[in-house]
Design a binder for this molecule. Structure first.
Ligand code: FES
Length: 254
């Protein structure tokens, strides 16, 4: 069966075609192009709410492709070690391929418009920080609220939230390079999805998934919206057992 043509979300960079990911129907993600892979550790603001990421350890992708775990059961995260053949998990790819924004709700504010498709929520919670992205969008005639709304939407790793500048009519997207983050969430004592940045092509044998600047792929094996993360990793306390550095080496900037 021929695949449908790939959609590309507005504001998505088109990186070198070597950066792509194949989702094997019963197994891992095959990552092509040797992108950097590193931990992205959710860190909190002074009020204890998620606000940024700190970069943790890096992991080599010397093989082309490099197989990264999708089932959550590897004994050698972030890599696949073949555990998916023995583990009790459902690899079914259940996500539809309707462009994310087509099913998004929109919230119209003074200078910004927020789009929100909760099916893709990775529960990073940055959107909840300073009065929430939704309320800040409504009040975006005030400079501080506008700045916070943009931060809260553009630091959403999954792209559930997108924010449009009403004056230019364009989405505000962070300039992300092709790389893969391993989200770690010490506050919830769990690990999160693969944060695929910078417009990778993601394909299964049947589907050319929409190309987007920010994508989160499930690596706990429990999402109901595979291959995408739906936040279930928090409910099942997924832990990749990777060491997390105590000192934050460098904060990720969008
Ligand atoms: S990693 Fe988020 S649901 Fe699996």
């Amino acid at each position: 069966m021929e695949k449908e043509k790939r959609f590309t979300e507005s504001g998505t960079p088109l990186p070198d075609e070597k950066f792509r990911i194949e989702v094997l129907p019963d197994g891992p993600y095959l990552v092509y192009g040797n992108p950097p892979v590193q931990q992205e550790i959710l860190t909190q603001d002074e009020e204890g709410v998620s606000w940024k990421y700190a970069q943790g350890h890096s992991y080599a992708t010397t093989e082309n492709p490099t197989a990264l775990c999708r089932c959550g059961h590897s004994g050698n995260h972030p890599y696949c070690d073949g555990s998916h053949t023995r583990a009790d998990w459902d690899p079914s790819l259940t996500a539809d391929n309707v462009p994310l924004l087509e099913k998004a709700m929109t919230y119209d504010g003074a200078t910004l418009q927020l789009s929100d498709n909760p099916d893709y929520c990775a529960r990073a919670r940055i959107c909840m920080a300073k009065h929430t992205a939704w309320k800040n969008t409504i009040r975006s005639n005030k400079p501080e609220a506008r700045e916070n709304a943009i931060h809260e939407a553009t630091f959403c790793p999954s792209g559930r939230l997108k924010i449009l500048d009403k004056e230019t009519g364009e989405y505000i997207e962070p300039p992300l390079q092709p790389e893969i983050g391993l989200i770690e969430d010490p506050q919830k004592k769990c690990s999160g999805p693969l944060w695929v940045k910078g417009g990778f092509a993601v394909d299964s044998p049947d589907t050319a998934y929409e190309r987007r600047n920010r994508i989160t792929l499930c690596r706990c094996g429990a999402s109901a919206n595979k291959p995408f993360c739906d936040g279930t990793h928090i409910d099942i306390c997924f832990n990749d057992q990777l060491p997390i550095p105590e000192t934050k080496e460098k904060e990720t900037e969008n």
